[in-house]
Design a protein around this ligand. Structure first.
Ligand code: CTP
Ligand code: MG
Length: 242
């Protein structure tokens, strides 16, 4: 069986090092290679905490987090980060130009990979409008770009790497509905061998996901496809109606 690009949580609980109580409780799930899997739930329910255990920004307090069948604790740090393309909830750009913002952390990224990433992330249109294209100036914090443009450039940065697993932490909520949809379609067709883990706020972003997990107060309270969850999960129904 093909374990490249898989993620598995086995009975994972997590408490922040300085925290009073668990923010994640008995989380178990399995993501197969090439799947798009979504986590949805209200603010503060634990979504960012959950994906941060995959990247090892934090370690699980109990249980096991596996990437490609191995416990994340057993990887060398750069070995794990090479497998994962991570887009944080808040887009981070630094002063320089567009190209250096995209190959940040990976000097091997070639220009065709960067151009493909610009195209999939739907950045092409506004990058082309810049006088200097990829060499256009980026101000500190990306202040000369809109919130949605910053998000798309941070998506491009992750895509330009040859990762097996992509994690998008609420990356699509800064985009309008149409751009969100086009971008996800491009991901689906052009990155179809990659595993995608998407944290989302709105149902529209995750409607086509292979598996959706509904998180409430640090626990999985629903699991299935969009259609299944509408019939089985009250929390999901509430989100769908909001
Ligand atoms: N938390 C904490 N210490 C941190 C980060 C978060 O104690 N360094 C707590 C938060 O106060 C919250 C819980 O952990 O009660 C879950 O936070 P988070 O995983 O960030 O929630 P999200 O579901 O990602 O919320 P949002 O949709 O607002 O991003
Ligand atoms: Mg979050």
């Amino acid at each position: 069986t093909d374990i490249q690009g898989t993620v598995e949580f086995k009975n994972v609980s997590f408490r922040y090092p300085d925290g009073q109580s668990n923010v994640l409780q008995n989380i178990s799930f399995k993501v197969n290679k090439g799947e798009t899997v979504a986590f949805i739930g209200s603010t503060g329910c634990g979504k960012t905490s959950l994906v941060n255990l995959i990247t090892r920004f934090y370690d699980a307090t109990s249980g096991e987090v596996l990437v490609d069948g191995y416990n994340v604790r057993d990887y060398k740090k750069d070995e794990l980060s090479r497998k994962i393309g991570y887009v944080s909830q808040k887009a981070v750009l630094f002063s320089g130009d567009i190209q250096s913002n995209i190959n940040f952390g990976d000097n091997d990224a070639d220009i065709s990979a960067i151009e493909k990433a610009i195209s999939i992330s739907q950045s092409e249109e506004f990058v082309k409008l810049q006088k200097n294209g990829l060499e256009a100036h980026v101000a500190q914090g990306g202040q000369n770009f809109s919130g949605g443009q910053k998000q798309r450039l941070s998506i491009a940065r992750a895509l330009a790497r040859k990762a097996e697993i992509f994690i998008f932490d609420d990356t699509f909520s800064a985009l309008d509905y149409k751009t969100d949809k086009i971008l996800r379609n491009a991901l689906k067709t052009k990155m179809k061998d990659s595993t995608c883990i998407i944290v989302a706020q709105r149902i529209g972003t995750i409607i086509d996901a292979d598996q959706i997990f509904v998180i409430d107060n640090g626990e999985i309270v629903g699991h299935g496809t969009h259609k299944e969850l509408l019939n089985t999960c009250d929390t999901y129904k509430e989100i769908a109606q909001s």
